[in-house]
Design a protein around this ligand. Structure first.
Ligand code: KIV
Ligand code: ZN
Length: 540
């Protein structure tokens, strides 16, 4: 059996695999804010990015290693393809962290070997020990992944894993890269690896999986029963295509059904010791932060973090829940930090009261950021009677999006109605602080605003998604707008919240434009899709 840490280690890859979701790209400040929240959530490992991808990716991993990788914080990990250049860049980026890990990988399925790597099994078997050994010469903690393990020949997998462990890999990760396997197959694969790899007891077995058939979480839970002790997952399940296994579903599955899983850890069924180190009360906040910053809206019926996850609509259910919550609820909303605390602050409240509430919510802002948050709070308090924690979160997450802005919205003004042509006047400042104003008409006020912004920005794009939802209930609720723009097949999201949805739309549009422009200037390579051949030649 593989090494057993006695509980499940949560390896969060929101900032690496999650960020590979179309349109989910994050700037450095946003990545840092998410990493800080992941540390509060209590994940064991943060995969902070793919440092070789670009200077921007390197800098983000480096900053996270520096600011989140200290003391008793999580292990900071970087991804590297099995090449010396990738591995060296990764080691340099994670260097400031106290606990650091290099995660290197190579594909093992015949389909990837033939069509992507154009390498033989023999060549892969030469690369693995050499690159794992190289990573091990740079850091103590090395993880090795067999990409597309779910479709690889198990006999070949056993050999590759044995080589990786002999070369120093502490963790062996088994990815179902294309979300192809079923729970019983995946569980069986983990059992067989445990049985057939002679040195498997020297490493921790980890799983990674995508949700193409909606089975990622079920696959992981089956793998846990077979001895997997690290789960690679993302907040809200974001990631390539249908996404990755969702962190909140895994953690709550193991929490709510602890007595079912305990025996697989050699514990008494009723043992109260948690199976993960995650602070479940931080889940809702983490989910909202990731959704706000990535612009990846959470579907209302999403397990654990969807807006309807704890809502009871039918009379029979409501009646049952009022009599005894357990009739229709298996998770107490407070366990995942879902509270509707209305802060007793209004427009007359002072800075220190706002700061105290923000601190309780886990936002430790510096002086400058606090000043800005306070002025936004005051502005909101003028327009909205009750301010909830969600409103405060919306204010703070929007602030994080500000750096690296090329355009800034200075003014937006619309006139519309049933007998008026919707017209918007917009003032936009460019990166030199130069203001320009223009007016435009549209089919509706938002269309008019976007049209005016496009004329000023002069950046080619296509608007492909516009969604509005309210942050809280009530007529004075803030509206959250998410906008997705497309350029050359790539997606860019923008997000903003305001009591005026037209203002929120304008800010979200400018935010998406800023991401698009930043991406044009910072071309990243994709760790799994970019051809490796030249890199490998240089690497070995
Ligand atoms: O899906 C996958 O195989 C991956 C690896 C790089 C671990 O993301
Ligand atoms: Zn993946």
């Amino acid at each position: 059996m593989a090494k057993d840490p006695g509980r499940v280690l949560i390896f969060d890859t929101t900032l690496r695999d999650g960020e590979q979701s179309p349109g989910a790209s994050l700037n450095l400040e946003e990545k840092l804010a998410i990493a800080q929240q992941l540390a509060r959530l209590g994940v064991d490992v943060i995969e902070a990015g793919f440092p070789f991808a670009s200077q921007g990716d390197f800098a983000a991993v480096n900053r996270i290693a520096e600011q989140v990788g200290g003391g008793k914080g999580p292990i900071i990990c970087g991804l590297a393809r099995a090449s010396t250049k990738d591995i060296k860049a990764c080691a340099d980026a994670i260097e400031p962290a106290l606990n650091k890990r290099i995660h290197t990988f190579i594909a093992t399925s015949d389909i990837h070997l033939k069509h992507k790597l154009r390498k033989s099994r023999k060549e892969v078997m030469a690369i693995v020990p050499e690159m794992v050994g190289y990573a091990k010469s740079l850091v103590e903690d090395v993880e090795f992944s067999c990409e597309d393990a779910g479709r690889s020949d198990p006999e070949f997998l056993y050999e590759v894993i044995e080589l990786a462990i002999n070369a120093g890999a502490n963790t062996i990760n088994i990815p179902d890269t294309v979300g192809y396997t079923t729970p019983s197959e995946f569980g069986e694969l983990i059992s067989k690896i445990n049985k057939n790899v002679p040195n498997i007891n020297e490493a921790i077995l980890s799983v990674h999986g995508h949700n193409d058939l909606g089975l990622a979480v079920a696959n992981f839970l089956e793998a846990v029963k077979s001895g997997a002790r690290q789960l690679e997952c993302t907040v809200n399940g974001i990631g390539e295509r249908a996404g990755n296994a969702a962190l909140e579903e895994l953690v709550m599955g193991l929490h709510v059904r602890r007595s079912y899983f305990n025996p697989f850890f050699g514990r008494e069924a009723e043992s109260p010791t948690p199976l993960t180190a995650v602070r479940t009360e931080e889940i809702t906040k983490t989910s909202r932060l990731v959704s706000n910053l990535t612009g990846m809206v959470v579907q209302p019926n999403k397990a654990i973090v969807g807006a309807n996850a704890f809502a009871h609509e039918s009379g029979i259910h409501q009646d049952g829940v009022l009599k005894n919550r357990l009739t229709y609820e298996i998770v107490d909303a407070q366990t995942v930090g879902l509270t509707d605390n209305r802060i007793s602050l209004g427009k007359l409240s002072g800075r220190s009261a706002v700061r105290a509430r923000l601190e309780e919510l886990g936002y430790d802002l510096n002086r400058e950021d606090l000043n800005e948050a306070f002025s936004r709070f005051k502005d909101l308090a003028d327009r909205k009677r009750d301010i909830t924690d969600r409103d405060l979160e919306a204010i703070v997450s929007e602030q994080v999006q500000q750096p690296e802005s090329r355009f800034q919205l200075r003014l937006v003004q619309v006139s519309c109605g049933n007998s008026l042509k919707p017209t918007a006047t917009v003032t936009l400042a460019d990166q030199n602080g130069q203001d320009r104003t223009i007016a435009a008409v549209g089919t509706g006020p938002v269309d008019a605003v976007c049209s005016a912004l496009n004329s000023l920005a002069e950046v080619e794009n296509e608007l492909i998604e516009f969604s509005v939802k309210s942050v809280t209930e009530g007529i004075d609720a803030m509206g959250e707008v998410t906008i997705r723009l497309r350029k050359n097949g790539k997606l860019f999201s923008g997000h903003s919240a305001d009591t005026d949805v037209v203002v929120a739309a304008a800010n979200a549009f400018v935010n998406a434009l800023n991401r698009l422009v930043a991406a044009d200037q910072n071309t990243s390579i994709h760790p799994q899709k970019d051809p490796l051949s030249t890199n490998f030649k240089e690497g070995i």
